[in-house]
Design a protein around this ligand. Sequence first.
Ligand code: NAD
Length: 454
Amino acid sequence: MTTNTWLHIGLGSFHRAHQAWYLHRLIAQGDTRWHIAAGNIRNDAEHVVAALTAQKGRYVLETVSPEGERAYEEITSIQKLLPWQADLQPLISEGAKPETKVIAFTVTEGGYYLNTSHRLEVANGDLDCDLKGGNKTIYGVITHILEQRMANGAGPLTLLNCDNVRHNGERFHDGLVEFLELSGKQPVIAWLAANATCPNTMVDRITPRPAADLPARIKAQTGIDDKAPVMGETFIQWVVEDTFRDVRPDLEAVGVEMVESVIPYEEAKIRILNASHSCIAWAGTLMGRTFIHESTLTDAIYAVADRYVTEDVIPSLGDNGIDLPTYRDVVLKRFTNPYIEDTNQRVAADGFSKIPAMMTPTMIECYQRDTVPHATAMLPALFFVFMEQWHKGQLPYEYQDGILDANAVHAMFNAEDPVALYAGDKALFGELAQREDFTALLREKIQAVYSLIR
Ligand code: NAD
């Protein structure tokens, strides 16, 4: 029997705890028609790739529930490791093979280089390099792959974005087409339209960076000496639009929800799970907590997140076919899982992308309903105070943000009225940046944050 390749670009922890788990379950059920080949665009995890290569792609996934039940499973779906090299030839050649039918990727939210109008950040150095033929970004790499597929007659495929980006398939597709237009590659655009699809997906499983004591726990529980294990929560969800080009794995056989549209799922997830997660991480950091569960179990922080979802998000989303109050309670319960040891630092990252993507739409919709987004405004207020501490060098860890403009943030806090500048930032707040009542609301909520953390 021929086996199809699922090429995964971005061999981080999440891929190994999520997509690789689903494909492993298929193999474990006896369906061996698919395997994963995986590699990275960035040279940032070669020790993991080397360890996985030595283990023939196998590694142990530890999952843990909020009640502390742990389970161990050796994952077998990654069967080919593509070593990193500067020209990314191993990755590109694999993508260009006819047996590669799906190319999926997790390259982080920042890896799409999109501004708030969903256009490419062409001033970005990596993107600029790729527009001149380089391969530092997902667009440059996929372009090289598609060109080789065209040349080899390698046939159609599916490009599957598995990052936490709203309408992730569509955004990637539009970014790629813009990239191809800017590089004058009209024939590739025509080939893409005729031969590839980019389904939207909604992915969910909290996957922290593997804890230092994980290998020892795995050794004790399974006897396996694993140099590249991963851990995640027990909960897992994957909702995928069923628009694959050519063949796909029998994903529904392992619990993937194949749907016509992921939009209701992703809106619920982005606004309820992702936004409140960041809110809890910013608040927790400001209140001296290290881990997400400690922050969520702090009553005052839980109340901010719960009010945000209950008072503003649920009315905004309306009746979308999902039981939103239950979803809220399940999500907040997942955040209290003490065994995951997810850090505020990891979840607090990328605030400058998260506010416009995850929080501003709810505030705009509240105003459209003639209500003031009191509960949601607490989130950007928390981020303001969080960044104020960053500006003063008072954060307890390094803050990571793919689009942080450090000079601009320092200039804002050195100005006479930082709140006015912050509230007037169109990249963060879109049409609300024009409104005096919105500035006043943020002023009030920033004061509320100072009281909360005092
Ligand atoms: P990770 O740090 O373990 O891996 C990040 C991966 O992205 C690495 O392979 C890295 O090489 C690659 N990468 C980073 N920036 C890039 C860029 N600009 N261009 C190309 N490649 C780039 O992180 P992770 O836990 O695997 O999470 C990765 C992504 O998965 C998240 O950003 C998110 O979109 C999605 N996700 C993660 C979780 C989670 O709980 N960890 C949950 C849902 C979705």
